[in-house]
Design a protein around this ligand. Structure first.
Ligand code: ATP
Ligand code: MG
Length: 380
């Protein structure tokens, strides 16, 4: 008899021909997550199991962050001896109060009792052993799960995990990561769908300092905890911003800046092998996030731009930021490159047709090339 962690995954993505591939990726990702604590991971009979971990809570906290995992349960693995199983169930429920039901499953059809008989017999013995428990077959407070597979697996508690799709099964994308609250959440939402992300950050020294950079690296690291590492591109953006400030109409400054970010990001995304860009806009939040402005922003790139926060309110975004652990870092007060040159009266309904004229004094190719060439790459 020994303690194991039973790992449940979503059934949705397991239909069809992709099933073995998804399962292999998911199992490998669980392996990576528990490697530092020495856990052993295996896949058997449509379940993933972890054993040999030092600390159960640590193991749970690691595995529940793996995308594609829906829930985990601390379980007991034991031999398929019915009396021993029933006794163990009674022991596991000895401190519980309220209603319960035994959920029995038998994939080993040679086991002498069928699922219904297992449930009834063990239910009876639990009732006899603990007077504070009663049976409710419809809405039980406690669920005693008994699974008869290659071994018997018993569990009561279930801990929810992040869900989503296994990391790496959704393609690659480049996240434009500022130091704000929104973009880390936007990245998380796509990572949750199995998308491997790199981060691209625009910095404008000396207007933005070391602390702003540290903050972004910290955010990248927090996101990387969900994916097992992340590549970060740090783009020198001062020259672009100064030229835009000097040579373009003030009211369009932010929008033109955003267009440069997209052009540079697309080039770096191609280097990374990404098929899409991810940004953190939410419709109407600021002048550069109106439908017209977003249209002008997207027009300079050919890649799809994903904006998972487009329909969310700030409070909803903040809730997710809190939950995934990036909020406290995001609210640190360091200047972002955008805030440095923010125009006083930004145009909220820019016309796409006027953009080439608005940018005609800039040598776009040269500015983009220079920024791309001088980009630094780091891993977190
Ligand atoms: P955030 O909270 O993500 O900073 P925001 O509400 O401040 O977003 P904007 O400043 O309009 O919005 O930026 C919109 C998006 O552009 C950001 O969500 C992010 O994806 C990208 N972005 C803005 N500034 C930077 C930067 N310095 N480096 C990389 N990406 C950036
Ligand atoms: Mg911002």
């Amino acid at each position: 008899m020994r303690d194991v962690l039973l790992v449940r995954y979503g059934e949705v993505f397991l239909k069809g021909a992709n099933r073995p591939h998804f399962l292999k990726v998911l199992t490998d990702n669980v392996k990576k997550a528990v490697k530092p604590i020495g856990g052993r991971v295996w896949l058997s009979d449509s379940r993933i199991y972890v054993s040999d971990f030092e600390d159960l809570q640590d193991c749970i906290s690691r595995v529940t962050k793996v995308f594609g995992v829906y829930s985990v349960s601390p379980a007991v693995e034991m031999e398929k001896d019915f009396d021993a199983i029933a006794a163990k169930c009674c022991e596991m429920l000895k401190d519980y109060e309220g209603s319960f039901k035994v959920f029995a499953r038998r994939s080993d059809k040679k086991f002498p009792l069928n699922s219904m008989e297992i449930g009834q017999e063990i239910g009876g013995r639990i009732l006899d052993s603990n007077p504070k428990l009663w049976v409710d077959v419809h809405k039980p407070t406690h669920r005693m799960n008994v699974e008869i597979r290659d071994n018997a697996y018993l569990c009561v508690e279930e801990v929810k995990a992040v869900g989503g799709m296994p990391m790496g099964t959704g393609g690659k994308a480049a996240l434009l990561l500022s130091g704000g609250i929104d973009s880390p959440v936007a990245g998380y939402q796509l990572m949750k769908r199995g998308v491997r992300c790199c981060a691209i950050h625009f910095q404008s020294p000396p207007y933005t300092g070391e602390l702003a950079r540290d903050k972004v690296m910290q955010l990248a690291k927090q996101l990387a905890a969900y994916s097992g590492g992340m590549k970060v591109y740090l783009v020198p953006f001062t020259k672009c911003q100064l030229e835009i400030h000097e040579k373009c109409a003030d009211g369009l400054g932010t929008l033109i800046t955003r267009r440069f970010m997209m052009r540079i990001a697309e080039r770096l995304a191609q280097q990374f092998g990404a098929q899409a860009l991810i940004t953190g806009e939410s419709l109407g939040q600021v002048a550069s996030q109106t439908m017209e402005a977003l249209g002008c922003t997207d027009a300079v790139v050919n890649m799809p731009v994903f904006r998972p926060l487009i329909g969310m309110d700030k409070v909803e975004i903040m809730e997710i930021a809190e939950r995934i652990g990036t909020y406290a870092t995001s609210i640190l007060p360091y200047e972002d490159c955008c805030t440095v040159f923010t125009p006083r009266h930004p145009v909220t309904k820019p016309k796409l047709a006027t953009m080439p004229d608005a940018e005609h004094k800039l040598d776009i190719e040269a500015l983009v090339n220079e920024a791309v060439e001088n980009t630094e790459v780091e891993f977190v």
